[in-house]
Design a protein. Structure first.
Length: 650
């Protein structure tokens, strides 16, 4: 047996964490670490303090019936409307009047309402001590118009207020707040258009704030257009008393969840989730278990299937599941090859053990050349696709020969194996889905004896063992066509949107010598990202700009703007094509008659806060996947299995 030497940072960190907890100076071998971790103890009469923060605070080590150390509402400004503030999308500040704090344990949910003595724009409140700090509209941009000046670098102009001001976090009705800047050069290089930033570091003593607004070249133009109020943290001269008193709730043993919502004075429909910072007393045993869990080595795996051999039977650290636009069929879309686009109102996340085939079968064959099911009656086949990871090696357990067929994410056929039984195969690198079909020798009845195993070292049949977690967002986000879900934080990010073409006007030129016409949207699609990332159901998507004189049908974006360009043949239209007005009318009629679908990438993703959820790994082998795209899993590994994996990797 070869002797292997390792310089693994994870081992060093684990050993250091053990020594920090047990107070010893022992040098640990990897094989001794599991025993040392399990030997860690904590006095039961000492309740350690712990903290948690976020929109949804949840912790699992609460002490039984203890008062919270602190419970702080970090209240962001409340603005009406939607989308990022801009000079053309002003979002006025509104006052908060009350907050509702929800809290729950393992078997109950309760809430308390906090009404303020007078309204506030935002700030912070500690519901335990009563400590307060509030926003106040104290700064109007126009008041500083004589002091504002400009700085230009690489064609980007930054408006800034020179002088020593302590504005803290600054917000605007007309500009998006971005991270604070430490210099004018940093602002010019990093601030997006229509944004405002406070100052930090070296800039704090010389600059009050930075603005980038490319539509304006002078200070007077900026002031005339925006003329907005900005607010920043300051302490009220009088106490803003919480008329309903302070929070008196206690921690429950184990699981605790807290979240808060703030409401406007005059419009109860206008509300906002409030971030929390919580300090609490933890149960010593549960706290110790959490410490031990957090000392376990972490690893990360990504792909159509996130598969790993060293799970620790603990919740994953983070799970991000992609949502890939779903388009039926294969080949380039065209009026004769319509490929409908659909979205998702939820996803199913599955965790299975060694066998990744769901054993869902039916009688029938699959064409070896096209991958399309056929009506053969002397074979069995998969009834549905199962997830597979490209480039990964699997072991087929089967008493008679079968074939494994591979497909891309859009379910287009890639290739298949030859007849295979009790042997390994490696999936093509671009495969994300698969099916199996039997051969004549297997017969037409499934006998619970076929498995597609990961890892490929498992060579015996094991029944499909899986747990599926379903997540829905229909009520909050509706239909989502593309994006991702962070299951651990509950953040749903939407990156694609279906454009509504109803009533939209188009600019066009006369039909060229080949009979083709290019159409461009007459008014800008404000939330579309620049570029070519489009999907369409009846036109092929081009990766270069549709030229002014096209030679074929197609659709494209453009790297320099947010427009959509389409080219169609004049014989696809009916009506007067001699004028732009006539072509516009004919094109809109064609769009309506053909149910044209266009999916585009958003310039700024939209996020929704769903309920965070846990997903536990199995001890040992795990295969984790979802039905909407790839999975990105960060997990805690079992220390013994992790060491074995590292040794096997050499």
């Amino acid at each position: 047996m070869a002797i292997k030497l390792y310089d693994d940072t994870n081992f060093v960190m684990i050993a250091s964490a053990i020594r920090a907890k047990n107070g010893l100076e022992t040098q640990y071998k990897p094989s001794e670490m599991a025993t040392a971790i399990n030997a860690l103890k904590m006095a039961k009469d000492v309740e350690p303090n712990n903290t948690s923060s976020g929109l949804n605070v949840n912790f699992k080590d609460g002490a039984d019936g203890e008062k919270y150390n602190s419970l702080i509402l970090n209240i962001p400004p409340l603005q009406d409307g939607t989308g990022d503030p801009s000079p053309t999308n002003k979002r006025a500040f509104k006052d908060y009047a009350r907050f509702i704090l929800y809290y729950s344990g393992a078997d109950k949910t309760d809430y308390e309402t906090y009404t303020l003595n007078h309204s506030t724009l935002g700030g912070s409140i500690d519901l335990i001590s009563g400590a307060e700090s509030y926003f106040n509209i104290s700064m109007r941009l126009a008041n500083y118009s004589n002091s504002l000046t400009t700085y230009t670098e690489d064609g980007v102009t930054i408006f800034y207020l020179p002088g020593a001001y302590d504005f803290g976090d600054i917000y605007s009705e007309s500009l998006k707040t971005v991270e604070k800047m430490s210099s004018l050069s940093e602002a010019a290089q990093n601030m997006p258009n229509n944004s405002i930033a406070g100052s930090k570091g070296a800039a704090q003593s010389s600059i009050g704030f930075f603005i980038r607004a490319d539509s304006f070249s002078t200070v007077s133009e900026l002031i005339a257009s925006i003329g907005m109020d900005d607010n920043y943290p300051t302490t009220w001269m009088e106490t803003n008393t919480i008329t309903s008193g302070l929070f008196t709730g206690r921690t429950e043993l184990g699981v605790n969840n807290l979240w808060a919502i703030g409401y406007q004075v005059y419009d109860e429909q206008l509300s906002q989730d409030i971030p929390l910072e919580v300090s609490y007393k933890a149960d010593p045993i549960l706290y110790t278990q959490g410490v031990i869990m957090n000392m376990l080595p972490q690893d990360q795996i990504t792909g159509a299937v996130a598969n790993f051999p060293d799970g620790s039977a603990n919740p994953i650290v983070e799970g991000i599941f992609s949502i890939v636009p779903n388009q039926e069929g294969t080949g380039d879309p065209s009026p004769s090859n319509v490929r409908p686009i659909s979205g998702f109102t939820g996803m199913n996340i599955t965790r299975s053990k060694t066998n990744i085939w769901n054993e869902d079968w039916e009688v029938g064959g699959i064409n070896d050349s096209t991958g399309v099911p056929n009506a053969e009656t002397n074979k069995i086949r998969s009834k549905t696709f199962f997830r597979i990871k490209g480039g990964m090696t699997y072991y087929v357990v089967a008493p008679q020969a079968i074939r494994v067929l591979f497909y891309a994410e859009d379910e287009s056929f890639i290739s298949e194996t030859q007849n295979i039984s009790n042997s390994t195969f490696t999936a093509p690198s671009n495969a994300t889905k698969a099916k199996i079909r039997g051969t004549n020798s297997y017969g037409t009845t499934y006998n619970n004896d076929i498995a597609i195993n990961y890892p490929a070292t498992v060579t015996t049949y094991e029944a499909y063992q899986a747990v599926t977690k379903s997540v829905t967002w229909a009520d909050s986000a509706g239909t989502v066509y593309g994006g991702s879900l962070n299951l651990t934080t509950g953040v749903l990010t939407v990156t694609f949107k279906m454009v509504n073409l109803s009533g939209r006007d188009w600019d066009s030129g006369s039909p060229n010598q080949d009979g083709y016409i290019r159409f461009v949207n007459h008014t800008s699609i404000g939330d579309k990202a620049n570029g070519y990332n489009l999907y369409c159901n009846i036109l092929p998507v081009k990766s270069t700009l549709i030229p002014s004189s096209p030679t074929t049908i197609g659709i494209s974006g453009y790297s320099g703007n947010a427009n959509i360009y389409m080219a169609i043949s004049s014989d696809m239209l009916t009506g007067d094509l001699s004028t732009n007005e006539g072509r516009n009318t004919a094109f809109k009629a064609w769009i309506s008659a053909n149910n044209l679908q266009i999916l585009y990438e958003l310039a700024t993703p939209i996020t929704y806060q769903l309920t965070p959820q846990e997903l536990n790994t199995l001890l040992g082998t795990n295969n984790i996947y979802c039905d909407t795209g790839d999975s990105d899993i960060k997990y805690r590994a079992d220390i013994d299995l992790y060491i074995q994996k590292k040794i096997a990797e050499g």
